[in-house]
Design a protein around this ligand. Structure first.
Ligand SMILES: O=C(CO)[C@H](O)[C@H](O)COP(=O)(O)O
Length: 281
């Protein structure tokens, strides 16, 4: 039998947090957020304050870099407010976010009716149509948007545009089953008028981006004439065999919250009304 090491050598230092975790915590306290991050947080906090009410039990959580602020604000509502709630994720990232925030996790097959879903967007036009799928999550995001009684968008000021494709240049994200991607690309190039449509390639992996559902993503830029009537082009893309979902969400959101550089929030509603919420005094 191996001799036991003297107890002194077995004593491990007490780890209270990694260097990164400590630096992040210090940054959070001491360093102000960048203008864009502040704008995202402002939009998310305002939307949560207005739309996540005590009677809301089933809550859809979207994907992207704005949504963590949504969850942060929901957590701030307190343990009592959240103890009976169930949170439904739109993908791996939001699932991790829900679990690491100690919120109850559910899935849309258990809860096909959601009280309110809050999600980010790549761009939102004057009629609240939006491009989603910059993070390749738009299939689940659309399911949760459709399942929700109220669907709310949160974003920073760069996403607030008159027509889609103004600032967001990669194009419309399209989730396709892998074996059909070349055929769908041909259809987009030669039939639907997107000659620059490309398969989205991974950055830290060789080969294509693979979605949480095991599919590929095509990014298809379209001319302004198509993007001004996004429902028509969305329907035509969706009819291509092999397409699973299109990252154009038309007439789905009730309101979109945009954090601005000056600390105000612009709220666009589905009926065309626009409100400006002044910065906190
Ligand atoms: O659609 C999405 C992911 O598929 C995101 O909601 C969208 O890309 C916005 O992300 P961010 O809040 O980081 O700007």
């Amino acid at each position: 039998m191996a001799a036991r090491a003297p107890s002194a050598t077995r004593i491990q230092p007490v780890v209270v947090g990694s260097k990164d975790a400590i630096e992040t915590a210090v940054d959070t306290i001491l360093k102000p957020l960048s203008t864009i991050e502040s704008a995202k947080r402002l939009a998310a906090y305002t939307a949560v304050d207005r739309h996540v009410k005590p009677e809301h039990i089933v809550i859809g959580i979207g994907s992207g870099s704005t949504v963590p602020y949504v969850v942060e604000r929901i957590v701030q509502q307190g343990r009592e407010a959240n103890k009976d709630r169930v949170f439904i994720p739109t993908g791996f990232q939001s699932k991790e976010l829900i679990v690491s925030s100690n919120l109850n996790l559910g899935d849309v097959d258990q809860y096909p009716t959601i009280d309110v879903t809050l999600d980010g967007a790549d761009e939102v036009d004057r009629d609240l149509n939006c491009i989603k799928g910059g993070g390749a999550c738009h299939l689940r995001e659309k399911v949760l948007a459709e399942a929700a009684r109220t669907f709310i968008l949160v974003a920073d000021y760069r996403k607030n545009v008159e027509y889609l494709g103004t600032n967001f240049k990669p194009g419309v994200p399209i989730e396709v089953v892998p074996f059909a991607y070349a055929k769908v690309l041909q259809n987009l190039h030669h039939i639907l008028g997107s000659p620059k449509a490309t398969l989205r390639m991974a950055v830290a992996k060789a080969g294509p981006v693979v979605s949480d559902n095991g599919n590929f993503i095509i990014d298809a830029p379209f001319e302004r004439e198509h993007m001004e009537k996004p429902y028509d082009i969305m329907a035509r893309i969706k009819m291509l065999t092999g397409v699973v979902e299109v990252g154009l969400f038309c007439h789905m959101a009730q309101a979109a919250y945009f954090g601005n550089e000056d600390g105000s929030v612009t709220v666009k509603y589905h009926d065309g009304k626009v409100e400006t919420v002044a910065p906190p005094a």
